[in-house]
Design a protein around this ligand. Structure first.
Ligand SMILES: [Zn+2]
Length: 174
């Protein structure tokens, strides 16, 4: 499931100021086994949060293989204990205000919270910002399904000209 991007980069970064984004990396497989294989994007934000379009860190509560790849590649990328969701700890680490971080192989401690991840993971799931992002994902899915059905009908009925005409009108409108 996480071979496919779960969210568009644009939506992942919506409502973020450009100055909050340090780096964006594209991660793709060396061997493309399928023509539908899409690259993933890992964004490193100012507070050391890193997000990936596979959304593993939100859905599974731990960093994904794409983020680990960027950890090896970028000197801006930091491993932060806060990446691991608290549900994976058998007992909470005693010093909850200090997080172990590893940057460039060096372990240090930080009191910095991961503002962006915490915002999505905690009870704040229904803040208007997050809700808007989630709604966009749902909208994207249902619009795509409608588009696929339309193409199938157009091809079956020999009406692709009509469909592309309608779509061209729509595109020109915006
Ligand atoms: Zn990923």
């Amino acid at each position: 499931m996480y071979d496919m991007p779960q969210i568009r980069l644009q939506d992942l970064l919506s409502n973020l100021d450009n100055t909050e984004i340090q780096e964006i990396w594209e991660v793709s497989y060396i061997t493309i086994t399928s023509s539908t294989a899409k690259p993933h994007y890992v964004a490193i934000l100012a507070d050391a949060t890193s997000f990936c379009t596979c959304m593993n860190i939100i859905n599974q509560g731990m960093p994904c293989r794409h983020q680990y790849r960027i950890l090896l590649q970028s000197d801006k990328a930091v491993f932060h204990m806060g990446f691991i969701h608290t549900r994976w700890f058998e007992s909470m680490p005693s010093e909850t205000s200090r997080y172990a971080t590893i940057a460039q192989g060096n372990k240090t401690y930080s009191i910095k919270l991961l503002h962006y991840i915490d915002q999505i993971r905690t009870g704040n799931v229904y803040t208007s910002t997050i809700k808007k992002t989630a709604d966009k994902r749902i909208e994207f899915g249902s619009a795509m399904s409608m588009a696929k059905t339309s193409v199938q009908i157009a091809v079956t009925e020999g009406a692709t000209g009509e469909l592309t005409g309608l779509l061209t009108q729509f595109i020109m409108k915006y």
